[in-house]
Design a protein around this ligand. Sequence first.
Ligand SMILES: Cc1ncc(C[n+]2csc(CCOP(=O)(O)OP(=O)(O)O)c2C)c(N)n1
Ligand SMILES: [Mg+2]
Length: 803
Amino acid sequence: MKTNPNTKTEITFEDFKAEVLNDYKLAVTSRECSFLGRREVLTGKAKFGIFGDGKEIPQIAWAKAFENGDFRSGYYRDQTFMMAIGELTIEQFFAGLYANTDIKEEPMSAGRQMGGHFATHSLDANGHWNNLTEQKNSSADISPTAGQMPRLLGLAQASKIYREVKGIDTTNFSKEGNEIAWGTIGNASTSEGLFFETINAAGVLQVPMVISIWDDNYGISVHARHQTTKENISEILKGFQRNGEEKGYEIFRVDGWNYPELMDTYQRAAQISRKEHVPVMIHVQELTQPQGHSTSGSHERYKDQERLAWEAEYDCNVQMRKWIIENNIALDDELVALERNIKKDVRQGKKAAWEAFINPIIAERKEALSLLENLAASSPNGVFIRKLKNDLEAIDEPLRKDLLSATRKALRFVVSESSAEKLTLQNWITNYINAIQPKYSSHLHSESSLNALNQGEVVPTYDADAEEVDGRVVLRDNFDAIFSQYPETLIFGEDAGYIGDVNQGLEGLQDKYGALRVSDTGIREATIIGQGIGMAMRGLRPIAEIQYLDYILYALQIMSDDLATVQFRTKGRQKAPLIVRTRGHRLEGIWHSGSQMGGVLNLVRGIHVLVPRNMTKAAGFYNTLLESDEPALVVECLNGYRLKEKLPNNIGEFKTPLGVVETIREGDDITLVSYGSTLRLVEQAAKELQAVGIDAEIIDVQSLLPFDLNHDIVKSITKTNRVMVIDEDVKGGAAAYILNEILNTQNAFQYLDSAPKTLAAKPHRPAYGTDGDYFSKPSVEDIFEAVYDVMYELSPMDFPKLR
Ligand SMILES: Cc1ncc(C[n+]2csc(CCOP(=O)(O)OP(=O)(O)O)c2C)c(N)n1
Ligand SMILES: [Mg+2]
């Protein structure tokens, strides 16, 4: 079941009829899926449903213009499109609704996403690229509305890069940049900042992006009058229309129930965008929601009778049916027969999907029931265990939770018994959890051979008379080596192009590598990240620069919701190995503090977070990351660009490993753990502590996510028996994260002779100026005194109270 692409110019009436009826069949099939899908939720077989009813016909028109190599970045209404491009069957639609964890049954996300979140597979089971030019592609959806927009920009920009930058191996990714990135968004979600930011950026960049706005006048219950000025998004965006002199958009407006006009509009849009690399907006108006927004409520609550009557009449499927009959393409009888068959097909598909979902669980339950029966028979508490067994057996539609809940509870009844049956059940539970847990937890990171942790270490090497240079020179020379070694790399950000970034880490590189590879962007952090995600999904190696760590908050939502979850939400079938470069630490002032690391750490699990203490370490991280297939955030030390570092002679080759700490000072009395620029204060404090007889060991964390994989910190604590984490973030931020790793993951509590400590900043943002910093973040004196206090508690005679 697929729509035919419009390739022929002259067709016979019979061909035409067959194509129209095939399209109608698709529309009705999709609608029937929506109807039955809703019923599955209302009867409890599925948890939640959000469907594409009322938006079928424009999606069929779109699918006809969508070619191999093209990409979609859309939202939960696009089921008909996915069916029309042949990437969603009836069975798969229902498998998504039931959350089937088998990726063969549920290829969108292996049950990780709620139904209506679509994806295709860019990678094979080993994490290797498929040839994306030979398939139709959909980047994996996310639920935050408009969150699909930033990525759309990058997907479109990739075509521009592939067309205009020479020397990249395009085999798997592009045919001369002829691919369109197609976006969809609901009318109400165009109120989001991400929508406007993306629209503007795509107009500036002139990329082949076609954005469809599905306009049904509502966002759940909220009418367009509360959403959009003049209640009309294409009206207010008219200023983006290109003209003879100025570049901009081509903007179309079309009614969503008008099949022939939709066909024409999508063909024209594709032609303009594909050929000329011009962004196009298609405002598809007069759409409906036959079943309301989702399964969470009914639209009769907020639509009046007049609106409901209009929706019934202008339902796009109803209108297409009317058009077929009025134009003598088919008779009513023919359509009735076709509709009857579709109902049957969908019912059958649904049944097959349910069986595929439930049968493996029923088989697993059978095992559990038999083990419970055996245990009951062998235990004096048999009646209680048998009750658990009977309750489990009585569940009509058992879930894995039910199996584990019953079997784990059963163990409590035999806690002081020992029997072969008990042992068998214990082993079964452990093995079952080990087998099932990955279905829900795998692929937070890449599981391919290119995982960043597989990349090893290459130490920087130096000539005997190695030059001492500003740190930024090490970085610049390393980026130079990267750009010449990897033609698919590019870097972009505010001031990253012409002047070579605000700290000159890219000095001269735009001249050398061109303005497409080393480029300036507008001030728009979320879409800078989106550019990176989209381009990385299409095989390029983007480095997105966020000028300062403080402004990453604008991009954090998209890093958290989109970038961090790409591998996880596709179970490893898509990736976006984007490197995010930024600078921070120990700055001054409320919005230049560079220290909100705790917030970042908690929101970006799935992205590596690296905090190199100098530019050689930073350069080594970039070299490691470019050999891996994973996303990462690298925070350079803003106050380190002018500090002197020796220039390595293996620039572009040395690699800093992830998840490995470094002991930068050895000592016996206490282990001080820190990272980034704060280390320089810790080092100074350690020198001063030495003068009073306290011998501190200092460990540079370097890599916050992943964290100290070799557990070197606890090894240090077995020697010093004391630990303090020093951080410029607020209390409970990164310091709490680090201490939790040391105490809970590394079990260091057993070696401690003093209470573990954190020394963090004040809870407010740092005040401005040198004194503002001194009174906001840990100072050398604060560190000295905090460590001294630990030693005072240990031995007041040796370390009398300071104050
Ligand atoms: C950022 C964000 N805010 C709120 C929601 C909850 N929500 C889900 S769909 C929706 C309405 C979207 O309306 P529209 O964009 O017009 O799309 P439609 O469902 O009408 O096709 C809302 C508010 C969300 N998913 N994401
Ligand atoms: Mg809407």
